[in-house]
Design a protein around this ligand. Structure first.
Ligand code: PBG
Length: 336
């Protein structure tokens, strides 16, 4: 037993895992998950005005864009083969109020959706119906006496969803976590003749510190009073997340989303195993930023970590990823 070679042989027997890893061709042959451009949904930030490309300090490489510039960027994304985009608006402060009423106007999202449909008809548009970009308090719903009121918020969200669909949105993605919203949106869309407009539920949206840079991007951070713990899921609760998703499936969700992404890969796996629906992860702003920040300091290889994290979502059962890296990763895949 002092012979080291003999010791290794004895432990591993005829099982040597490294046989399948020994060359590039065999590694390619046994690869279980693959990342392609078809996996990406690109979230983009919209700003009012014309010709605006306004860098977001907390998200190096990401800018708020006015509709004209955003449409150009979407053309480029479509040329790279990115299947879909998800717009988020930075709404002018004087248009925000306690009930988020501007979500029911012909706002930035709806104008942008029409512009994209006219200029880039082959890319999918996935719109959020949460009220947070439109409220003066930064919450996702209507705030009355310190409480985010559920049913009144759902009514507003349904109307907003129908307007977004009227403007050409392909998929409605409600992120405000009110109870009963998926069924209500489905009925609302159907009643308005939008049977073909799908619903991607932010089924399991956790109350997370990783949303910080997003709140800077759409200027809600400074407004937010209190926290969102009365409607988002606690990071401690996986079972509750599955039960919440089960209701969304029953109510008619076509696709599910987990948000944030990387710290919640167990939830991605559980949802995929439980419901077999198309399942997506949102690699959120804080996840993007921490990779960028470490890379800018020379502490990690940013490109490598970007590609690794995106691939890991696939391994965890996701069908795709909402990621601010979409364009950068698509370019890299196109070169490879
Ligand atoms: C809210 C919403 C959030 C994000 C998108 N829509 C979270 C929040 O501010 O509470 C976060 C996206 C990101 O961090 O990239 N409806």
């Amino acid at each position: 037993m002092t012979d080291k070679t003999h010791l290794v042989d004895h432990i591993t027997g005829h099982r040597r895992m490294r046989r399948n890893r020994k060359a590039d061709w065999t590694r390619r042959l046994v690869q279980e998950s693959r990342l392609t451009v078809d996996d990406f949904i690109w979230p983009i930030f919209l700003s009012p005005g014309q010709g605006v490309v306004d860098p977001i300090p907390a998200m190096p490489g990401v800018s708020r864009m006015s509709i004209d510039r955003a449409v150009d960027a979407v053309k480029e994304a479509a040329d790279l083969g990115i299947p879909a985009i998800a717009p988020f608006p930075d709404i002018e402060m004087d248009l925000r109020d306690p009930t988020g009423s501007h979500i029911l106007a012909d706002n930035l999202i709806n104008q942008f959706t029409r512009a994209v449909k006219a200029a880039v008809p082959n890319i999918g548009i996935i719109t959020d119906v949460a009220l947070d970009p439109f409220t003066s308090h930064g919450h996702d719903g209507i705030l009355r006496e310190g409480i985010i009121v559920n049913d009144e918020t759902v009514e507003q969200v349904v109307k907003a969803a129908v307007m977004q669909a009227d403007s050409g949105a392909d998929i409605i993605a409600p992120s405000e976590m009110m109870d009963g919203r998926i069924g209500a949106i489905r009925r609302g869309l159907d009643a308005a003749g939008h049977q073909d407009v799908g619903i991607m539920s932010y089924a399991t949206k956790f109350s997370s510190g990783f949303y910080g840079p997003y709140r800077e991007a759409i200027n809600t951070g400074g407004l937010l009073k209190g926290d969102k713990n009365s409607y988002y899921i606690s990071p401690a609760n996986g079972m509750e997340a599955v039960r919440d998703a089960a209701l969304d499936v029953e109510e008619g969700a076509d696709m599910l989303m987990v948000k944030p992404g990387l710290p919640y890969l167990d939830i991605c796996w559980r949802l995929k195993e439980s419901f077999s629906l198309p399942t997506f992860a949102y690699q959120v702003s804080g996840e993007y930023t921490q990779i960028k920040a470490a890379a800018m300091n020379g502490w990690i290889d940013g490109e490598r970590v970007m590609m690794e994290t995106l691939l890991c979502f696939k391994r965890a059962g996701c069908d795709g990823i909402l990621t601010y890296f979409a364009v950068e990763a698509a370019r890299k895949l196109a070169k490879a």
